[in-house]
Design a protein around this ligand. Sequence first.
Ligand SMILES: [Zn+2]
Length: 66
Amino acid sequence: MPVDPVCKTEINEDSARTTTGQTMHGANEVDPTAGTRSFYNGEWYYFCSLGCRTKFLAAPNTYIES
Ligand SMILES: [Zn+2]
């Protein structure tokens, strides 16, 4: 299972991908309370919430272990 790089919570990949509907432009919408993800530097990163994703995107190098 992917791990949230910010808070180290294990993320259920399926729930992070579950779509709740589509926007009026046809893009898939997800429920951010069920987890979310972001594509960064060639990889998908999974997060438990939008808060963690926001922290990650503000300073990704803080959270990525090389
Ligand atoms: Zn988190």
